[in-house]
Design a protein. Structure first.
Length: 213
C-alpha cells in the first residue's frame, strides 16, 4: 500500500515536472510574453517555481530508489526550472543550466529507450508505464530531446554563416521548441498511467457490477 502510494505521488510530481517545459513552449507559441508582458513574467516564474518543487520531489525519490533513469529526468527539469528563475543579470548561469537541461533530457531519453527494449525483463522506473506505450513514449522523449539538444550546436554554426529572414527565423526557432514539446509529451505518457489506473479500475468494477450492460 505504501509503495503504491509513493509511486502515485512520484508519478504526480513527474507529470507536473514534465508539464512545466511544455507549458513554457505553448506560451512561447502563443507569444504571451508580447501580449501580456507583466502577467507573463509573474506566471512564468510561478510555473518555474512549481516545476522546481516537483523536480526536487522526484529527485529525492530517484535517489532513494537508486533509479538513474528517473534521476536524469528529475535533474533535467530541475536545471530547466532553475534556469528560468535565474535573473537576467547572471544570464551566463542560466545558459549553462539550459544546456545542462538539454543534455540531461537527452540522457533520460537514451536510458529510457534502453530500459524499454524487448530484451529488458523488468522496468523499475517509479510510476512508469510499461509495454508498447512505454516504448513509443521513450522514443518520443529521445527524438524530441535530441532535436532540442542538437539546436545548441546548430544555432551558432548556422547563424555564423547565414542570417535568415524574419519568417525563416520564426520557423527555425519553432524546431527546437517542437522537439522539447514532443519530449515532454513523451514523458507525460511514461509517468501518467499510475494516476489513471485507479480511474480505469473503478470504471471496470462499475461495469462488472452493473445490472444492465
Amino acid at each position: 500500500m505504501h509503495d503504491t502510494t509513493r509511486d502515485r505521488l512520484t508519478a504526480l510530481a513527474a507529470v507536473i515536472a514534465a508539464l512545466v517545459p511544455a507549458l513554457a513552449v505553448v506560451a512561447s507559441w502563443l507569444q504571451l510574453a508580447l501580449a501580456w508582458p507583466e502577467q507573463y513574467a509573474v506566471g512564468f516564474r510561478a510555473v518555474m517555481g512549481i516545476g522546481l518543487v516537483a523536480a526536487i520531489v522526484v529527485t529525492v525519490r530517484a535517489l532513494r530508489s537508486r533509479d538513474d533513469v528517473l534521476l536524469a529526468f528529475a535533474l533535467a527539469v530541475l536545471a530547466y526550472a532553475l534556469a528560468g528563475l535565474v535573473p537576467s543579470a547572471v544570464w551566463a548561469v542560466g545558459t549553462v543550466l539550459f544546456i545542462a537541461a538539454r543534455v540531461l533530457l537527452f540522457v533520460f531519453g537514451v536510458l529510457l529507450v534502453l530500459r524499454t527494449r524487448p530484451s529488458t525483463t523488468a522496468d523499475t522506473t517509479a510510476g512508469a508505464a510499461s509495454g508498447p506505450l512505454h516504448r513509443v513514449a521513450a522514443w518520443a522523449v529521445l527524438v524530441g530531446a535530441a532535436v532540442w539538444l542538437a539546436w545548441t550546436v546548430v544555432e551558432p554554426v548556422l547563424f555564423g554563416f547565414w542570417m535568415p529572414p524574419q519568417d525563416a527565423l520564426t520557423t527555425l526557432f519553432a524546431v527546437p521548441l517542437t522537439g522539447l514539446f514532443v519530449a515532454c509529451v513523451g514523458a507525460e505518457l511514461v509517468f501518467a498511467p499510475p494516476l489513471l489506473r485507479p480511474v480505469g479500475d473503478g470504471a471496470r468494477r462499475l461495469w462488472e457490477t452493473a445490472d444492465v450492460r
